[in-house]
Design a protein around this ligand. Structure first.
Ligand code: ZN
Length: 310
């Protein structure tokens, strides 16, 4: 990937020109997605493939399925050309004060709605650090920004909730995949069963061991998962069954938020922090290197939370 990286342009004008060649985008995406292992069938993992050069498509010689370099990435199911995706990623990686959908729309000559959709997808991938579902052993838990709602007394809880915008806006749901130490969070409107279980199902492979506390909303997950519960009224660890690493992440998150952006609505805060934290953490890199990091994060290679690795 080193030689590809060194060719990534340092200015917007150069970026637009560079990404306008379809073979450049194709090679970049292929390299970022599969690396030196080379492409494999997303259906049966076979590496016996035939490549249709004129259409940039592979046919699997074992299961006959056809697929493109977009398969299993945030680019999938979108008619937007890779050159536009790559320019949007370049912009997001390199605009110091963030970038608006209006600016992206102007640069890429797409509608503002399309630009907004692209930015959302890119940010979502940066936020998750991957496009793949989680597997193995996964901790699931939810929290309110500003403190674990369930552990507060009711009066204090209501005050906290009112003090931080409309009820429900401040609930954050999290998943931690033990093997990789990767975390995914999303802001949810309630802690009800439907909402929390939807998050689990969207992000976790069926059959995975899922550990939660005794909140009723998690009841019923055992139809699809090896669901195990630790009842915090009794104990915090039961062998492998605990949510300690996720709890640890919540406390780090709360500490970070308390020290900084208390006046920002939690929903916006998260979007804001994702981009800001990324640019801050990677501030010593060149434009090209920052772009490569965004690209890698989209195909699931990085943005692990080293702090919660146990
Ligand atoms: Zn196949």
């Amino acid at each position: 990937m080193g030689d590809v990286n060194s060719k990534i342009p340092a200015s917007l004008q150069a970026a637009i020109e560079y990404f306008s060649a379809p073979e450049v985008c194709f090679e970049l995406a292929k390299d970022a997605k599969w690396g030196s292992k080379g492409p494999e069938c997303p259906n049966c993992q076979s590496k016996r493939l035939s490549f249709i050069k004129t259409r940039y498509l592979w046919t699997c010689l074992d299961c006959r399925r056809q697929f493109s370099v977009k398969v299993g990435t945030i680019f999938e199911d979108s008619p937007i050309q890779l050159k536009k995706w790559f320019c949007a990623m370049w912009l997001l990686a390199n605009c110091k004060n963030g970038i608006s959908s209006y600016e992206v729309a102007r640069v890429l000559t797409v509608t503002q709605q399309t630009a907004w959709f692209m930015l959302q997808r890119i940010r979502y991938a940066m936020h998750n650090g991957t496009i793949n579902k989680m597997s193995g052993e996964v901790e699931a838990d939810e929290t309110f920004i500003g403190g674990k709602a369930r552990n507060m007394r009711v009066g204090k809880r209501m005050a906290k909730i009112r003090g931080r915008g409309p009820m429900g806006k401040a609930v954050v749901f999290g998943l931690l995949e033990r093997e990789t130490g990767k975390i995914r969070t999303s802001v949810v409107s309630t802690r009800r069963k439907g909402e929390l279980q939807r998050c689990v199902r969207e992000n976790v492979t069926v059959g995975t061991a899922v550990y939660t506390d005794a909140l009723k909303s998690y009841d019923g997950l055992d139809s699809d998962y090896a669901h195990k519960v630790v009842d915090h009224a009794e104990q915090y660890v039961d062998g492998n069954v605990h949510t300690n690493r996720l709890e640890n992440f919540w406390s780090l998150l709360n500490r970070a938020i308390k020290g900084t952006y208390v006046s920002v609505e939690p929903f916006h805060l998260f979007r804001y922090l994702d981009g800001q934290a990324f640019r801050y953490n990677e501030r010593k890199l060149t434009s090209a290197e920052r772009f490569q990091k965004v690209l890698d994060s989209i195909v699931g290679k990085r943005l692990t939370y080293a702090l919660v690795r146990g």
